[in-house]
Write a protein that binds this ligand. Structure first.
Ligand code: NAD
Length: 405
């Protein structure tokens, strides 16, 4: 049964979702219309999708005239709550991009909105759908590593996706513990089955930021050839594999850049489980974009999400004492972004729209847990001590810390 969606924010993710949804569902999801304020982005989105997508000025017009069966919100992070509240009378499924929003205040508003809302809200925590993650989860649930004890997650990237875009400021992106680590913290909780209790973090901005004008772009910069962080690629988005438009070229040394670029945290969870998460945005290392290790009483999983040389996923299983059989499972992503999680998310979204499924697989409460953990980590970096999540989560939402929906 064909379903038609409306898209709020037809930028990089909006246009990619539109095409991927169509491909993954053999045309069962089509685009009824978009709200996109930027003419160039709209045009690029139409080119990417190879058809002239109907465009509406406001969300109200999109709902009224296109009558979509579902909505995707893929606007910048700081617009999410503002967009969502305009859907209060919309009862068809909504797919909301991560993170929920940028500030604790708005993130909390979204959780409260979702609790009151009569329709389904699905969050795009796309990594949970990736076959490699599903397999790791199965292996842990089957008891291959025994009782889960600890985890160690790392992420290494360069400036491209993060500091040349709106993500370079806390006000617009929320900071990487919200914008980027949301995925990793969510996956840590998904794989270990643990609930986060408290966190401490060291947070530094060691390379990016400075005194350059906020409107300076690499393309107009007199120092472009002398700058080691300049975005020289200017490839069209169509010929690359990245999930972020590589043509973004805001200066990474601008005044407004206030997002830390090197952070490490220690996390205490329920059941005695503990873990660490570190990310760095100026030391890209081939094959190391994301590495996850989960240690149990009977063995360990070491997961490379983008192993060199050809960007594949690899799960290494090591039994304790190396007495048993070791195991390596490899995952091809078939040219798909997000570790090939997108097509599974698309089919789930379609099933929610047809009513074949009624429960979202990736929920607002799960996203809230990961983001509360990120926000508590940011708070701990300022306070210089462990911060319990209960300290920042309002009373009416504290049940989520104990598994509430
Ligand atoms: N799930 C994932 O793995 C993943 C990956 C990348 C990005 N994202 C998320 O997707 C969202 C969009 O990111 P992006 O990389 O596509 O950014 P982008 O800047 O390319 O696209 C955002 C678009 O929203 C438009 N916009 C701005 N204000 C708007 C408004 N009021 N109403 C409607 N549209 C508006 C912008 O003009 C832009 O075209 C972000 O929340 C980001 O965190 C998620």
């Amino acid at each position: 049964m064909e379903k038609r969606i409306g898209i709020i924010g037809f930028g990089e993710m909006g246009k990619r979702h539109a095409l991927e949804f169509r491909e993954a569902t053999c045309g069962m999801i089509s685009v009824a219309g978009v709200v996109e304020p930027d003419d160039l982005k709209y045009q690029q989105g139409c080119e990417w999708n190879q058809f002239q997508v109907p465009r509406f000025k406001t969300i109200a017009e999109l709902l009224e005239q296109a009558k979509p069966d579902g909505i995707l919100i893929a606007s910048p992070n700081f617009m999410h709550y503002e967009n969502l509240r305009e859907l209060k009378d919309f009862s068809n499924p909504i797919l909301l991009e991560k993170p929920l929003d940028t500030t604790l205040e708005n993130i909390v508003r979204i959780v409260r909105f979702a609790r009151e809302h009569k329709g389904i809200i699905l969050v795009d925590h796309v990594m949970r759908y990736a076959p490699i993650m599903q397999e790791a989860k199965r292996m842990i649930e089957e008891g291959k590593i025994g009782k889960v004890c600890s985890f160690e997650f790392t992420q290494r990237m360069d400036a491209g996706a993060m500091y040349h875009t709106f993500r370079r400021s806390i006000a617009k992106g929320g900071g990487h513990m919200i914008e980027k680590a949301t995925h990793d913290l969510d996956v840590a909780l998904f794989l270990t089955g643990a609930m986060p209790e408290s966190v401490v973090m060291i947070s530094r901005r060691q390379l990016y930021g400075g005194t350059r004008p906020d409107d300076l772009c690499c393309s107009g910069c007199p120092d472009i050839l002398k700058c080691s962080s300049a975005n020289l690629s200017h490839r069209s988005a169509a010929d690359n594999f990245k999930d972020i438009d590589v043509t973004n070229d805001l200066c990474v040394f601008a005044k407004e850049v206030d997002v830390p670029d090197n952070e490490s945290c220690l996390i205490q969870c329920s059941g005695g489980i503990f873990g660490s998460y570190s990310h760095n945005y100026f030391s890209r290392q081939s094959g190391r974009s994301r590495t996850y290790e989960i240690i149990g009483t009977e063995g360990a999983l070491f997961i490379e999400m983008a192993a060199a040389p050809d960007f594949q996923g690899v799960i290494h299983y090591y039994p304790r004492n190396l007495e048993g059989k070791t195991d390596i499972r490899k995952y091809h992503y078939f040219g798909k972004i997000h570790y090939n999680g997108g097509p599974y998310l698309a089919r789930h979204f379609h099933s929610l729209m047809t009513g074949a499924e009624t429960q979202p697989y990736t929920t607002v409460a799960q996203a809230f847990l990961a983001e509360a953990l990120g926000l508590a980590a940011m708070e701990s970096a300022k306070a210089g001590r462990f911060v319990p999540l209960a300290e920042i989560v309002p009373d009416d939402l504290k049940d989520i810390l104990n598994g509430g929906k």
